[in-house]
Design a protein around this ligand. Structure first.
Ligand SMILES: Cc1cc2nc3c(=O)[nH]c(=O)nc-3n(C[C@H](O)[C@H](O)[C@H](O)COP(=O)(O)OP(=O)(O)OC[C@H]3O[C@@H](n4cnc5c(N)ncnc54)[C@H](O)[C@@H]3O)c2cc1C
Length: 282
């Protein structure tokens, strides 16, 4: 039995009968061959997922890529980043090597694989701004191939990988040169900004929904609806940032999903918009 509590940033307590941590391609190949009737759930660092159940029986197989390809290599203006590496470590390494372009992604939790899958971003910048190509393993054909940035079809929190079973192995980034101290100073500014706005004091998975079109930001809608601080069980709309649900203590996936429904209803009633989850329900 595997404890998934440390594998999801909400820190929802959950267990799984199966959870594999492949370190190389051979182990990944084997991990991605589930038993008949088994569903595979890929996890990176678990910073953008809602675990809906408290237990996943043997019909579920978690494959966690946080130990897969964790290397980061710099050569000239190019960085090769393995899927399991931390996005934070990538940003720090690039800055120290005098490579710019990742400053606004500083302090986004999670792995390079997760960032490449989600097209993670903040303050107008996103991961694919600097991607040259992404290497994936495709279980259906048992092949590894590199996709150019364009072939990854990056858009706001979207990529071609969503809805497929491709496993991201790593990304190659092309970064312009910059002054390390200026890059680190900008990262410091972004870090402070994030810490002043986001609820780092309680476990969460960041923004719950994609930014809606034709309506104010989700946090503003929730504040207008008087839902700041609203709570079901252990899941609470953060009193600091109403676009984020936090685990205020003992939250279950059911609590979080119940708050999600209340938020959706509020947006529907006030602005006629259908909020779309950014977080991935497992
Ligand atoms: C406090 C906080 C603040 C945050 N702020 C931001 C922010 O500013 N901007 C932002 O964009 N996000 C933000 N997030 C969300 C999260 O950090 C990002 O979505 C991140 O990119 C998720 O990476 P992960 O490794 O944790 O992915 P997971 O949460 O583990 O997985 C997310 C999805 O990616 C898939 N996936 C993961 N790894 C792979 C792989 N190797 N191959 C194929 N698919 C894979 C999973 O199957 C899943 O569908 C925040 C989260 C927290 C907790």
């Amino acid at each position: 039995m595997f404890d998934l509590t440390e594998l999801n940033s909400y820190r929802v307590a959950a267990t799984a009968a199966w959870c594999l941590f492949p370190r190389d391609l051979d182990a990944l190949r084997a991990a991605m061959r589930p038993a008949p009737g088994q569903v595979v759930h890929l996890l990176g660092h678990g910073c953008n997922v809602i675990l809906a159940r408290s237990h996943y029986d043997a019909s579920h197989r978690f494959v966690c890529t946080r130990e897969l390809e964790t290397g980061l290599d710099v050569a000239g203006g190019e960085v090769r980043a393995g899927a399991g590496a931390r996005l934070r470590d990538l940003c720090r390494l690039a800055a120290r090597a005098g490579l710019a372009g990742l400053e606004r992604l500083w302090d986004i939790p999670g792995s390079v694989g997760g960032a490449a899958f989600m097209n993670a971003g903040a303050y107008g910048a996103s991961f694919y701004d600097v991607v040259a190509d992404v290497t994936v393993y495709e279980p259906a054909t048992d092949t590894v191939r590199a996709l150019s940035r364009e072939a990854c079809r990056p858009a706001y929190r979207r990529t071609v990988f969503q809805g497929t079973d491709a496993v991201i192995l790593g990304a190659r980034l092309r970064l312009p040169p910059g002054d390390p101290s200026a890059i680190l100073a900008e990262m410091g500014r972004i870090g402070k900004l994030r810490r002043s706005r986001l609820p780092y004091d309680f476990p969460s998975a960041g923004s719950v929904f994609r930014r809606p079109e034709g309506a104010p930001p989700v946090g503003v809608i929730m504040e207008e609806a008087g839902l700041k601080g609203f709570r079901i069980g252990g899941a609470q709309i953060s009193p600091r940032h109403a676009g984020i649900i936090v685990n205020a203590g003992g939250a279950t996936g059911t609590d979080i999903l119940a708050v999600v429904e209340v938020m959706k209803q509020a947006a529907r009633e006030r602005y006629g918009v259908e909020l779309v989850l950014e977080q991935v329900v497992v």
